[in-house]
Structure formats: structure tokens, C-alpha cells
Design a protein around this ligand. Structure first.
Ligand code: NAP
Length: 491
């Protein structure tokens, strides 16, 4: 396989592979810090150029007048391209992010599935005649917004990119995508595949570059009609404020501090596997990570001691080693911030039950042992703030009421895991918890047909599901006169 077959040093925007005119971006492999690529990122002027080309391409009758099934054919071809090149995309994404090949392959296949699903949805979606209440025939249709943008983080690039790009294109828009500066390469691979699928030039641009420059220009550019952002809550909130000034809709997929609840009646083997996967897969760098664990007091000692032993046995290793469970973190700066959170928790009285340190003899990469902290207060920083790393905090609870209150006592509301054999209880707790997604006796399962998003500080709007394409469209209603007589008022 030839890695980095991408045109050297180039970005894909305004219909061509071009050099960016912004600040330099360096992509390194977190497993050994070797260099992947150095690129010049996009500048604000590059964004403007991409927007102009996108407007032309989006308004061109060759795109604008396509019937849904014709537009869907582009998405099917992109899906096929991703699936065909899944090994290579997986390799590039692992180099970009340090994730294991198994995980990045799954993300590539998920991206292919997203394009396929959105194509099928496009072909089967219908417009509605609304019930007629007067003399006019009434109907409502959905139309593209125009030029739209996606801004994505580094933790699951190709999958989170597809979640924005596929429905936005399906809706008939032109799309500008800004990936995170730590993971620019895999998104450029997506551009290469879209180009090979024959997508009209200018309709899709990939603009890596500094968030404060490229992201900022995407949000404030007067011609951009919607931005879908996935990333941290702080950046998302600032972005939404700027969008409000130009009355532009935004969708925000933000951070989380998701509770996982293990009741005493749970199948503890199932719960143990789910808790481990929920927090330590993706090295904890997951918005939905189950990072706050509540265990009912009757099984607390037993469950936590099994969890600690299993955590210590997790295989921390190189991204390309097939047995690795916990791969490196994305970047030294990010590991520093994760370690600072652990130190802060310990300084405030938390006890380290597992991990808390870098593994010995693995200094060449950005590794950190999976960590479990106990004896923290639910109000402590470690229980309130997102760590975005392999760090779990465990707390005991007594009653269902108490755990719902503790689970909800947090600014975030992204996800929740519930382990119990009592289904009515799982249902009650699941309904009472403030979260966008609830998993019962499992965790981190995903389906493109099931909507995803958060409440409270975890976000605004939903991606995926049957309404996925409509989120990128504007509704237009028609009243078509039937009697064909002059209006009586004018008589
Ligand atoms: P981040 O710092 O918020 O960055 C996300 C994206 O926003 C990046 O592309 C970044 O560019 C860009 N950006 C930065 N400043 C900007 C600005 N002023 N205007 C516009 N764009 C700007 O987040 P991250 O560290 O990459 O990712 C981790 C966060 O994402 C976590 O909080 C995690 O929970 C969240 N996340 C949420 C979901 C979800 O679906 N809810 C999924 C995955 C991740 P640069 O890289 O150039 O700074």
C-alpha cells in the first residue's frame, strides 16, 4: 500500500488541489512521533475562494436540477470508493490520530455506510401535500440551503465528516469541510474519493487550517447558510454566538461527561465489559465516553475490584499491533492536559485505583495507562469536566432516585449507560436521565438510522436518522389556487 498518495502539500478547494496560504500544519504519528506530512493550511482568503466556487457549483443547473435518484448516485459512488479503499483510509487515519487499525477500519466502513444510507434516504424521501383547509391546494417542499460548512474534531475524523458531508450533499448543497489541525490527512483522502466519484468541481472543499482563522471565516462568511460543528463546548458556544449575529442555523455536537450506572441486579460480566469498552476504547478520546461510573453500594467493592484488575490487564500498545486495546493519545499537548486533570483530582483528594502514569519503556509514543479514580466528590472538577482521555471516576450510590439526581447534576447531557436485569427500572432511569442517547446493558453502539445529539451543554440539533437530510434543507410551502376566480376582497 502507498500511504499518503495525496498530492504533496496540497489541500482540496475551489475545485482543485491547491496550496493553502495559511499557517503550517504538521501531522505526526502519535505512536512514535514520526512525521506524516507538513502542509500549509488554508487562509481566510482560501475560504472565500472556496465559497465562490461552491456557490457557482451549487447553482449550476447540472447539480441544481438533478433529480434525487441522480444526486444519490454520487453518494453511492463515494460510499463504494470509501469501502474499496477502506484499508488505506484506515492506515492514513491511524497515522493521523494514533487509533488502532481495527478502530479506523470500522470508522471507514461507518463512513461508507453513512453515504449509502443518505443516498437511499434521498431516493425514498417524500414531500407532503398538507390537508387542504380552503380553496388552495397546499403543499410543502424541501430545498437546499446553498453553501454550508462542517467543522470537525480529530477524534473520529472520517466518520464524523461523513455524518455532515453525506446528508448536506444529499440535500443538494455545496459543502466546505474544515477538519481539525491534528488530523488533516484522512479528510483529504475523502476529498480524493469524492473527486474520483465525479462530484462537480467546487461542490466539496476540504480546508484544513487554524480553527481561529478557517473555522472563524466559515462561521462569519455571509454566503454560508449553515454550520454543523462537532467539537468542544467552549468553541461551540462561541461559534453559536457568532452564528446568531447573522441568524444562521447551527448544529452543535459537543462534549460530554456521561454517567454509567451499574445496579446491584446487573449481570456484572456484561457490565464490566461494557464499562471498560465505554471509557477506555478510543483511549477515552470519545465525546460519549462513559467517564463517570456510579455503582450501587451492594456490589461496589466487588465490581470495582474486578474493574481495577481488568483495567490493569488492558493492553496498552502501538496503533498497528493487532492486540492493542489502548492506543496512544493524539498529541503530547493533549496528554499533558489529561495528566493535569488527574493531578488536580489527586490534589483534591481522589485516590488512584489504577493507572495514573505513563507506561514504562514506551516513551517513543504518547501513551498513558488507563486510569481509575475513586473518592472524588460528584462536585469535584474530575466529575464535572470532560477529560477526553482514558480516565474513569467511580462513585457509589444507594437508590435509584439518588443516582438519577447525581447523573443529572452536571452541565453535560450527551449519553448514559444503564446496567440492570430489571427492564422497567432501566426504562424509568433512561427516561429520567438528561441525555441524547441511553444504552441499556451495552455502550457505544451506533447506527446511522438512529438520531444522535446532546442536550444541555452537549449540543443542539441531531445528526443521522430519517431527518438527517432535512436538517440541511429549507422548507418552502405552496398555496396553489384551485377555483381560478378573482379574490372576493378585490371584487
Ligand atoms: P475543538 O478544540 O472544539 O475543535 C473542534 C474543531 O473546531 C477543530 O476543527 C478546530 O480547529 C475548530 N475550531 C477551533 N477554534 C475554532 C473557532 N474559533 N471557530 C471555529 N472553529 C474552531 O475540539 P477538539 O479538541 O478538536 O475535539 C474534542 C472535543 O470534541 C471534545 O470536547 C469532544 O467531546 C467533542 N466531540 C463531540 C462529539 C459529539 O458528537 N458530541 C464527537 C466528537 C468529539 P483546530 O483543530 O484547527 O483547532
Amino acid at each position: 500500500m502507498r500511504p499518503f498518495d495525496l498530492p504533496e502539500g496540497k489541500l482540496y478547494f475551489a475545485g482543485e488541489w491547491r496550496e493553502g496560504r495559511g499557517a503550517e500544519i504538521t501531522s505526526t504519528f502519535p505512536a512514535d512521533r514520526s512525521l506524516n506530512r507538513v502542509l500549509r493550511g488554508a487562509s481566510a482568503e482560501d475560504v472565500d475562494l472556496a465559497v465562490e466556487a461552491a456557490q457557482r457549483a451549487q447553482r449550476d443547473p447540472s447539480w441544481r436540477n438533478l433529480r434525487p435518484h441522480e444526486r444519490a448516485s454520487y453518494l453511492y459512488r463515494i460510499a463504494e470508493g470509501i469501502a474499496r479503499e477502506a484499508d488505506r483510509i484506515s492506515y492514513v487515519q491511524s497515522r493521523d490520530t494514533g487509533k488502532t487499525l481495527a478502530e479506523t477500519r470500522a470508522l471507514a466502513m461507518s463512513a461508507a455506510g453513512t453515504f449509502r444510507y443518505m443516498a437511499a434516504l434521498l431516493e425514498t424521501s417524500e414531500e407532503a401535500l398538507t390537508p387542504q383547509r380552503g380553496d388552495a391546494l397546499t403543499l410543502s417542499v424541501h430545498e437546499p440551503l446553498g453553501v454550508v460548512a462542517g467543522i470537525t474534531p480529530w477524534n473520529s475524523p472520517i466518520a464524523s465528516d461523513a455524518q455532515k458531508v453525506a446528508p448536506a450533499l444529499a440535500a443538494g448543497n455545496a459543502v466546505l469541510l474544515k477538519p481539525a489541525s491534528w488530523s488533516p490527512l484522512v479528510c483529504l483522502e475523502l476529498a480524493r474519493i469524492a473527486e474520483a466519484a465525479g462530484l462537480p468541481p467546487g461542490l466539496f472543499s476540504v480546508l484544513p487550517g487554524a480553527g481561529g482563522v478557517v473555522g472563524e471565516r466559515l462561521v462569519t462568511h455571509p454566503a454560508i447558510r449553515k454550520v454543523s460543528f462537532t467539537g468542544g463546548t467552549e468553541v461551540g458556544r462561541a461559534l453559536a454566538q457568532k452564528a446568531a449575529a447573522k441568524l444562521m442555523p447551527v448544529s452543535l455536537e459537543l462534549g460530554g461527561k456521561s454517567p454509567t450506572i451499574v445496579f446491584a441486579d446487573a449481570d456484572l460480566d456484561v457490565a464490566l465489559a461494557g464499562v471498560l469498552f465505554g471509557i477506555f476504547s478510543s483511549t477515552g478520546q470519545s465525546c460519549i465516553a462513559g467517564s463517570r461510573l456510579f455503582v450501587q453500594r451492594a456490589v461496589y467493592e466487588e465490581f470495582v475490584s474486578r474493574l481495577v484488575a481488568a483495567t490493569k490487564a488492558l493492553r496498552v500498545g502501538h496503533s498497528f499491533e493487532p492486540r492493542t486495546q489502548v492506543a496512544p493519545l493524539i498529541h503530547d499537548d493533549h496528554r499533558d492536559s489529561v495528566e493535569a486533570m488527574i493531578r488536580d483530582a489527586v490534589a483534591r483528594g481522589a485516590e488512584v485505583l489504577a493507572g495514573g502514569q505513563r507506561p514504562e519503556g514506551m516513551e517513543e509514543g504518547v501513551y498513558l495507562r488507563p486510569t481509575i479514580l475513586a473518592e472524588a466528590d460528584n462536585n469535584a472538577r474530575i466529575c464535572r469536566e470532560e477529560v477526553f482521555g482514558p480516565v474513569l471516576v467511580v462513585l457509589p450510590f444507594d437508590s435509584e432516585e439518588e443516582v438519577v439526581a447525581m447523573g443529572n447534576d452536571n452541565d453535560y447531557g450527551l449519553a448514559c449507560g444503564i446496567y440492570t436485569r430489571d427492564f422497567p427500572k432501566a426504562w424509568r432511569v433512561g427516561r429520567a436521565i438528561e441525555a441524547g442517547t441511553v444504552w441499556v446493558n451495552t455502550y457505544k453502539q451506533f447506527s446511522i438510522s438512529t438520531p444522535f445529539g446532546g442536550v444541555k451543554d452537549s449540543g443542539l440539533g441531531r445528526e443521522k436518522g430519517r431527518e438527517g437530510i432535512r436538517a440541511w434543507m429549507a422548507q418552502k410551502s405552496f398555496y396553489v389556487d384551485l377555483p381560478g376566480r378573482p379574490h372576493p376582497w378585490a371584487a
